[in-house]
Design a protein around this ligand. Sequence first.
Ligand SMILES: [Zn+2]
Length: 422
Amino acid sequence: MKYCKRCVYPETHPHNMTFDTEGVCSGCRTHEEKDVIDWNERLESLKKLAERYRNKDGSNYDCVVPVVGGKDSYFIMHIVTKILKLNPLLVTFNEQYNTKKGIRNLANLLTKFDCDHIQYTIDPGFAKRIVKASMKKNADMYWHCNAGSNVFPVQMAVKFNIPLIIWGAHPLVESVGMFSHHDFVEMSRKTRKEHYVRGHEQLIDDEYNITEKDMKIFEYPSDEEIEKVGVRGIYLNNFFRWDSQKQHEDMIRLYGYESGEQERTFNPYENVHCLYSDGVHDYLKFLKFGFGRATDHACRDIRLKRMTREKAIELIQKYDYKKPEDLKIFLDWIGMSETEFYGCVDPFRDPKAWEKVEGKWKLKDPIIDHVKEEGIDDVRLQKIEERKYILTVSPESDEKDDKPYLLGRGYLDKRNFRAVTD
Ligand SMILES: [Zn+2]
């Protein structure tokens, strides 16, 4: 199997990563653009863009900003309110896999940035039926999260007549380099259809009691409705030199963002809001494509010149192959045995990554066999910075979540840990 000679991404990456003649992946090549782009000029162009969308008479919001209790939300809000000085409407699609930390982070975000917020929680029983159907059909436990968090902000933009949505990093630019920073990729009809609500029709099934009408909540407004309001979705990584680690550290310092240890990766910053994101969800990715979140995070650190390829491979050995403890919590919740779980996944295992040997699945060609290869030193980035991840102190003593939470406390008082500003 082919692995990038600079980072550690395998060719089984689901977003069609490409490799050049030197064996370097498209994500690494796109990342090089970060060092040559004039980011001051980009910021100026973003300020001009924001000016065009500012609601001049103050009768409406200036933009929609999707937020969660993790995942760059603080940084996006910092840019939107402090740098661009816009008045956003914050929106959250409740993925229903919440952690206590994520709930605190979201409450703290709303308080610190002092903005209006709408959260959409779908019927929990329906959410479970969707998860069950999408597990059985696609070995996917995140369909409603991806669809809801991409569709709901667009629905709100149309409903409230707000033509600008501001997202964080576009993953197809930031990690796989399917698009360049020079493309200024925005939310498009094509990505709306192809990436976020793919498999929508497949889930409509009597067996799981999911009707076409139920699934309407996951439909984008029509192209006509979107065009009438003129909704446009922009990504901030086209305007800022995206550095998620540094950004999260600034947010810890400025606003008290909470990080949290993750079972399947060394990076405690991004997915603290979700019980499963760096657990079962990521384990499923590993079982399908042969790599997990530690690989994603290591690739990023290599590109930012903070980690050697050798160290990355060491960390991948520690994290990517680990069966997560939250698997049991998830299976109990959905009512599925472990055998059934693996039964769902096996048909989706990429044959480039996996083979069955004497009845057991085995990685065909793991990254550990690609530590030394011709050409690696030719494309190597020298590590220039040691940047340690910061674990914040949790204000609750019983921190470990043994279940996902549907909703958090909706009021502020002295027990509402750090959501109060005084
Ligand atoms: Zn690479």
